[in-house]
Design a protein around this ligand. Structure first.
Ligand code: UN1
Length: 513
C-alpha cells in the first residue's frame, strides 16, 4: 500500500484516499454517489471516486465543444507535437503507471508495463500520422477541373472503455482522434478508473504547458448512465465503445438511431488451430499466454483450442503438465504469471460457466477452483481451467471473461478446423499453428478465418498497434489503432474545383438558360 501511495503521488494523485469526480469538474461532490476502488490483488482500498451526474456530463460536453473550436484550428502536425509530448510523459511514468494498472486491475506487472507501452507506441504512431491525414486526388471528366478529397475534424469523440485495458484502448482512440483534430470525452470503466485519472493528470500538465484548454481531452467517471447519455447525444458524432456484445448493441442502436457513427470493439471467442505439423514448443507458449494472460480477461484471450485428433492426446498431456504449476498470486510479484480476476462477479461467471459446460457434457481436466488461504483472501484468485468440449455447446459459444480453455478435436482436413473456428457468433481474433504452407494459406484465404485478426504461428492476443484492431460479426465491425483506422475519426469531403471560364455539367448534361 505504501508503494502504491507513492505511485499515486508520482502520478499526481495527491491523497492516498482521494475522491474524484470528473476530469473537469473536480470539486463539489454533493448529490453524487461514490464508489470505492479496491484492488483485486489484496482487497485494499485504493481510492473513492464520485460518479458524475447528468449535469456534470453536460458541463463536460460544453467544455469539449469550446475546446474543439480551438483545437481544430491547430495544424495537424502541431497537434502531433502535443501528442509527442504526451508520449514523452508516458515514457517518464511508465513504471508507475504500469504498477497502478497492475494493482488496480489485477494483470501482472509485465502486462501492466506492456499496456503502457501500447500507449507510448500509439503516441508515436499518431505523431507520424499527423503529417499523413491525406485523401486521394482524382481526375475530373470536365476540362480544367480538379477533384480531391479532404479529411476534416469530426468534433467530439466519446470513448467508452473496459476494465481489462484501463488505459491502452482509450489511448488508441484518443491519440488518433487528437491528431485528427477531435476532442475526446472518455468514460473509463467504473471498475478501474484510477489509471485513467492518472493519465488525465499527465495530459492536463502537457496541455497547460502548451496553453491549450483541458477540454481537448476530457475524463468523466461514471456508470452506464453516462455511457447512455453519450450514445444518445447528437453533440457526439462518434462513439467508440469497447466491452461486451450486449453493451455494444445498446450503444450501436442508440448512436444509429440518431445517425451518428459508432466504432464497436466487442466480445471475442478466439481459437487457435493446431494442425499435425504445428511446432509444439512455440504453440504451447502462445496457448498458455493467450489463455491465462490477464487471467483470461482480454478480448483477444484464447478461449478455444481446435486440435487435430492425431496430436490431441499429446497436446492435452503437455498442457496438463504446465497448468497445475502456473504461479498464481499477487500481480506485482515478479514470479507470478496469473493474477486475480477483477472481482467476485467475474469469479461467479467463471464457476457457473464451468458448471454449465459440464452439464452440457464437457470434461473438466484441470483447474476451476477458487483459491483461499494466505495471499488469496480476496476470493478473486482462481485456478485456470481446461475443459474438453464440443464446439456447439452453448457455454462454448459464449465469451466467458475468465481463464477457461476449451479443447476441441477435429479430424481430417484443416478446412474442418476452420469451420469449427468460424462456428461461433464472435469474430475477433484467430490463429493457426502449422508449418505447412497449404494449411496456413487456407486459413488466411477468403474461405478461411472470418475474424478481423488471423495469425500464423502467433497466438490470438498481444496484437501490435500498427495494424487495425477489431473484428467481425458480434465483435461489432469496428477497427481501432493502426493502419487507416484514423479515417473514422474524421469527416470526409470531396471537392471539385473549376479553373476554367466555362461551366460544363457532369455527365454531359445540356442545360442552357
Ligand atoms: C482488449 O482486450 O480489449 O491484442 C484489447 C491484445 C492487446 C489489446 C487487447 N494488444 O491482446
Amino acid at each position: 500500500v505504501k508503494e502504491i501511495s507513492d505511485v499515486l503521488h508520482q502520478l499526481g494523485i495527491k491523497e492516498v484516499n482521494p475522491a474524484y469526480s470528473t476530469g473537469l469538474v473536480w470539486g463539489g461532490h454533493e448529490g453524487r454517489t461514490s464508489r470505492t476502488i479496491n484492488s483485486p490483488a489484496d482487497g485494499n482500498t485504493i481510492a473513492t471516486v464520485h460518479m458524475a451526474t447528468a449535469e456534470d456530463y453536460d458541463k463536460v460536453v460544453q467544455q469539449a465543444e469550446e475546446a474543439f473550436k480551438v483545437w481544430r484550428k491547430v495544424p495537424a502536425p502541431k497537434r502531433g507535437e502535443i501528442v509527442r509530448q504526451i508520449g514523452e510523459k508516458l515514457r517518464q511514468h511508465k513504471e508507475a503507471l504500469g504498477k497502478l494498472v497492475s494493482y488496480e486491475m489485477g494483470k501482472i506487472y509485465q502486462e501492466g508495463l506492456g499496456e503502457v507501452q501500447e500507449m507510448i507506441d500509439i503516441c508515436d504512431f499518431a505523431v507520424g500520422l499527423s503529417r499523413q491525414l491525406h485523401g486521394y486526388t482524382m481526375h475530373s471528366e470536365r476540362p480544367q477541373h480538379r477533384m480531391y478529397e479532404q479529411y476534416h475534424p469530426l468534433g467530439i469523440v466519446g470513448v467508452i472503455s473496459a476494465f481489462n485495458f484501463p488505459v491502452a484502448v482509450w489511448s488508441w482512440n484518443a491519440m488518433l482522434a487528437a491528431v485528427c483534430g477531435d476532442v475526446v470525452i472518455w468514460k473509463p470503466s467504473e471498475k478501474s478508473p484510477l489509471a485513467g485519472i492518472a493519465c488525465q493528470h499527465i495530459i492536463r500538465e502537457v496541455l497547460a504547458e502548451n496553453e491549450l484548454p483541458e477540454g481537448i481531452f476530457n475524463l468523466i467517471i461514471g456508470d452506464a448512465e453516462i455511457g447512455s447519455l453519450m450514445s444518445h447525444d447528437k453533440r457526439v458524432p462518434l462513439v467508440s465503445a469497447t466491452g461486451s456484445t450486449r453493451m455494444g448493441k445498446k450503444v450501436g442502436e442508440a448512436v444509429g438511431a440518431r445517425l451518428g457513427k459508432s466504432l464497436l470493439e466487442l466480445g471475442g471467442n478466439n481459437a487457435i488451430i493446431l494442425t499435425e505439423s504445428a511446432d509444439m514448443e512455440m504453440a504451447l507458449r502462445a496457448i498458455v499466454f493467450g489463455a491465462v494472460g490477464t487471467c483470461g480477461q482480454r478480448c483477444t484471450s484464447t478461449r478455444r483450442l481446435i486440435i487435430h485428433e492425431n496430436i490431441f492426446e499429446q497436446v492435452k498431456e503437455r498442457l496438463l503438465k504446465v497448468y497445475p504449476n502456473l504461479p498464481i498470486g499477487h500481480p506485482l510479484d515478479s514470479t507470478t504469471l496469473v493474477g486475480p480476476l477483477i472481482d467476485k462477479d467475474a469469479v461467479n461467471a467463471f464457476t457457473s460457466a464451468l458448471e454449465k459446460v459440464q452439464q452440457e457434457g464437457g470434461t473438466l481436466l484441470t483447474g476451476g477452483d477458487i483459491l483461499s488461504g494466505e495471499g488469496y483472501e480476496t476470493g478473486t484468485y482462481v485456478k485456470p481451467a481446461i475443459v474438453e468440449v464440443e464446439n456447439h455447446y452453448e457455454t462454448v459459444q459464449e465469451e466467458t471473461f475468465a481463464p477457461i480453455l476449451y479443447l476441441i478435436k477435429y479430424s481430417g482436413d484443416v478446412e474442418n478446423a476452420i469451420e469449427l473456428q468460424n462456428g461461433v457468433r464472435q469474430g475477433l481474433s484467430s490463429a493457426i499453428f502449422s508449418t505447412n504452407l497449404l494449411e496456413t494459406e487456407a486459413f488466411l484465404g477468403h474461405w478461411g478465418s472470418d475474424c478481423g485478426i488471423a495469425n500464423v504461428n502467433i497466438g490470438t492476443s498481444g496484437a501490435e498497434i500498427g495494424g487495425a484492431f477489431g473484428g467481425e460479426k458480434d465483435t461489432g465491425g469496428g477497427r481501432e489503432s493502426g493502419s487507416d483506422a484514423w479515417r473514422i475519426y474524421m469527416r470526409r469531403q470531396t471537392n471539385t474545383i473549376n479553373y476554367s471560364r466555362e461551366l460544363p455539367l457532369a455527365q454531359g448534361i445540356k442545360f442552357d438558360i
